[in-house]
Design a protein around this ligand. Structure first.
Ligand SMILES: Nc1nc2c(c(=O)[nH]1)N[C@H]1C(S)=C(S)[C@@H](COP(=O)(O)OP(=O)(O)OC[C@H]3O[C@@H](n4cnc5c(=O)[nH]c(N)nc54)[C@H](O)[C@@H]3O)O[C@H]1N2
Ligand SMILES: Nc1nc2c(c(=O)[nH]1)N[C@H]1C(S)=C(S)[C@@H](COP(=O)(O)OP(=O)(O)OC[C@H]3O[C@@H](n4cnc5c(=O)[nH]c(N)nc54)[C@H](O)[C@@H]3O)O[C@H]1N2
Ligand code: SF4
Ligand SMILES: [Mo]
Length: 704
């Protein structure tokens, strides 16, 4: 069946165009139809698709209202230069001229690029190529560093490969036990809950680790509530119990792993009583959790941002991976460890070269063979490829400092709201000689920019995304963009041309994908056998999917990459001993309360998109802080009253939501509004450079 990448020509009899595509927001990438009746005087909306296993007919509130931003009056439709609407030539000439001037004066690394995990594979790929080939800068990183980078680092260390879920999501429904550590899917990916429900209907048991009694925790058979930032101690305690109570799978450990002995020794001192003292989780609950996992025939351990966004995130995930390995789960059909990836293309966005240390195909930028391969696809000398650059926060923190970048191009992120210690980041953004933002709307970061470039959005362009399962999916163009906007690919193409690169930066997604396939060929994330036609017909293909050789059948894709061997040189998974340490900033007399941050159902990320959708804004209109009734009473705060939350870095006012969902010594704030991240601590994980979004010390007071 031929597939249509652009809207069919003549309007259908009922004046309705119906196109199968995927949601613009999270990594579940729910399948949806865009139904465009505008030609006949109607509106544009969406309906869920039945054929995509992740959502199979359901959507969350954000998905249902996703079309709301297509026709929104908030939409940008012409470039802005210092606030003034200008034509595209003027805007792009200005940007190219300033890039040239900055680089002539300060060198190539004076221009930096900040990308996003919501960009399609094609955009992420072309952005990375643009940075390395046109700008010749090492300074490129992206918001995925703030997302799942700690889990990625831990998975690479243990398995030699970072594929969020190394199994299809439908495997979850057949498991006998699932442990969710710091994941609140009931708010962050509501259709995911169906897989958990199916699991429980089949007799499976759900264990949730979260300091808050979230909607997800309320579905659990067992809820463990550690103090924020203590998951590592909890996982060490669970590991100790698993070994002591005879749940270690010694045959599996001998046959499929290395490193068990040092890990066994390292957890010997982590008596559950000691773990209870650090975490607050009762010993009996730890034993019960281990029993549930250990006795299930098929079990899974999944981590989310709650366990990962810490200055010890990589080691925390490693200790959960160690637990999974001791129980013999990874690489067994129906069992395993996985990270619940977050952004729409959070998986693909981390594979194709917008990361500081990486080239397409999940290749390492300091690996000579990887450089040679990618340079040959790009038609350049490997010696001309820059080396690794700064990680996301380090790059933002260096903006405008001596030796740091003087110009920044942002595609698909709103760091003024979403970066940690955001006031410090805003100072850097303000100190630049040139800030350029490509966006759909005037985000808080765009509002600071010298130049805003208005871009097309999801339903107005084709491209591929790779969902949390590692399934490469086709997003089809389903509607015409408003007059005056250009796609990100076309923007990069226009800038490349003005910077003396007429070739190599096509604006057509299919052509870019063809090149991405070749650039990824032979890499860990090999997409060379993936085609638009195939993913349209097969509702996605799991990578790695190498191209077939002459006379070979097409590669089927790899739903479960670890069944035979892990992606390490010897094929064995690695257990790595790690130890607990306290949060980078602990509570004290001046800042006596823990702050943790996260998400609510109605808003997405920095809120740049969802705060502009009326239904979502009504559902969740303003920044709030969740505090326990005991704490509220102590502070004299009424439900709905105003409070000021202060940390060593900044302060913000919010509405009090008084609720026993949080622990008495902890408050929770969603980060969807400007100001919340002025509080957070940018202490970085030494391995992944993940910031400590999930715990810092604050003071809370009533506002009179
Ligand atoms: N509605 C909505 N959905 C989204 C998004 C969104 O912005 N809004 N964003 C998408 C993206 S990019 C991502 S990354 C995912 C994130 O999805 P999740 O990881 O589910 O989201 P969070 O709310 O950040 O964090 C999950 C839970 O961690 C808990 N937590 C806080 N501190 C700790 C701790 O120290 N230990 C443990 N174990 N738990 C802790 C919080 O209470 C919270 O319930 O969601 C995706 N889906
Ligand atoms: N305190 C706290 N802070 C956090 C987190 C937390 O849990 N707590 N979570 C972190 C996580 S996991 C993440 S992923 C980050 C996300 O934080 P951000 O990177 O700020 O995420 P978004 O709000 O999705 O930003 C995307 C921006 O790009 C625009 N956009 C959307 N699609 C496109 C496109 O195709 N092209 C272009 N050019 N622009 C587009 C949107 O309008 C929006 O302005 O936040 C991090 N910050
Ligand atoms: S769960 Fe995620 S992908 Fe699905 S409709 Fe909601 S935001 Fe979209
Ligand atoms: Mo994320």
């Amino acid at each position: 069946m031929p597939i249509s990448l652009s809207p069919p020509g003549p309007v259908m009899p009922q004046d309705q165009m119906r196109t199968a595509t995927h949601c613009p927001y999270c990594a579940l990438q729910c399948g949806m139809h865009v139904v465009d009746g505008r030609a006949g005087g109607g509106g544009i909306g969406v309906e869920p698709r039945e054929d995509i296993p992740a959502n199979a007919g359901s959507l969350c509130q954000k998905g249902w209202t996703a079309a709301g931003l297509l026709d929104s009056p908030e939409r940008l439709t012409s470039p802005r230069l210092h606030g003034r609407p200008v034509g595209w030539d003027e805007a792009l000439d200005f940007v190219a001229g300033r890039i040239r001037a900055v680089q002539e004066r300060y060198g190539p690394d004076a221009v930096a690029v900040f990308g996003g995990g919501g960009l399609t594979n094609e955009k992420a790929y072309l952005l990375g190529k643009f940075a390395r080939v046109v700008l010749r800068t090492s300074q490129i990183d992206y918001n995925g560093r703030f997302c799942m980078s700690a889990a990625a680092a831990a998975a690479n260390r243990a398995f030699g490969m970072d594929r969020g879920l190394p199994f299809p999501i439908t495997d979850i429904g057949r498991a006998g036990a699932v442990l969710l550590a710091g994941v609140n899917v009931a708010e962050t990916m509501p259709p995911f809950v169906r897989h958990l429900t199916r699991m429980r209907e089949g007799g499976g048991r759900l264990v949730v680790i979260d300091p808050r009694a979230t909607r997800t925790a309320k579905l659990a058979d067992l809820h463990l509530r550690p103090a924020p930032g203590t998951d590592l101690a909890l996982a060490l305690g669970l590991l100790h119990v698993a070994i002591a109570d005879g749940h270690a799978d010694l045959d599996y450990l001998a046959g499929r792993t290395t490193g068990f002995e040092p890990v066994r020794t390292s957890v010997a001192g982590w008596w559950p009583e000691r773990a209870e003292r650090v975490t607050g989780v009762p010993v009996a609950a730890m034993r019960e959790a281990v029993r549930i996992l250990g006795e299930a025939e098929r079990a899974m351990i999944l981590t989310g941002r709650g366990a990962e966004q810490h200055a010890k995130g990589t080691d925390t995930v490693t200790s959960f991976v160690n637990l999974a390995l001791v129980l013999g789960l990874p690489g067994r059909e129906g069992s395993g460890y996985g990270c619940v990836t977050g952004q729409g293309n959070g998986q693909g966005g981390r594979e194709h070269g917008q990361k500081a240390d990486q080239l397409p195909g999940y290749r390492k930028i300091d690996d000579p063979a990887a450089r040679a391969h990618v340079a040959s696809v790009w038609g350049i000398d490997p010696g001309d490829l820059p080396g690794p650059g700064r990680s996301a926060f380090e790059m933002l923190d260096a903006l405008g400092t001596p030796g740091g970048p003087r110009a920044l191009l942002v595609f698909g992120s709103n760091p003024a709201v979403s970066a940690p210690d955001a006031a410090r980041v805003a100072r850097g953004l303000g100190a630049l000689d040139l800030l350029v933002v490509s966006d759909i709307v005037t985000s808080e970061t765009a509002a600071m920019a010298d130049v805003i470039l208005p871009t097309t959005q999801w339903a107005e362009e084709s491209g591929t995304v790779t969902n949390l399962e590692g399934r490469v999916l086709l997003r089809r163009r389903a509607a015409d963009p408003p007059h005056g906007v250009r796609s990100d690919l076309s923007i990069l193409s226009g800038l490349a041309e003005r910077l003396a690169h007429r070739e190599g930066f096509p604006a057509d997604p299919g052509t870019v994908f063809g090149e991405l396939r070749r650039a990824s060929q032979g890499g860990i994330a090999d997409y060379s056998g993936v085609t638009y036609e195939r993913i349209a017909a097969e509702t996605g293909v799991f990578w790695p999917c190498p191209a077939e050789g002459p006379g070979e059948a097409a590669h089927p894709g790899t739903p479960r990459p670890f069944l035979e061997r892990f992606a390490t040189p010897d094929g064995l998974a690695r257990l790595v001993p790690v130890d607990h340490r306290p949060p980078a900033e602990d509570v004290d007399a001046d800042f006596p309360i823990y702050l943790t941050t996260g998400r609510v159902l109605a808003h997405y990320q920095s809120g740049a998109q969802t705060r502009r959708i009326p239904e979502l804004n009504q559902a969740s209109p303003e920044v709030f802080v969740e505090l326990h009734p005991d704490l509220a009473e102590r502070l004299g705060v009424e439900p709905g009253g105003r409070v000021r939350v202060r940390s060593r870095r900044g302060a913000v006012e919010a509405v009090a939501k008084v609720s026993p969902v949080v622990l008495p010594d902890t408050v929770f704030m969603p980060f969807h509004w400007e100001g919340v991240n002025r509080l957070t601590n940018a202490a970085l994980d030494p391995v992944s450079r993940m910031p400590e979004f999930k715990v810092c010390a604050v003071a809370v007071e009533r506002v009179a």
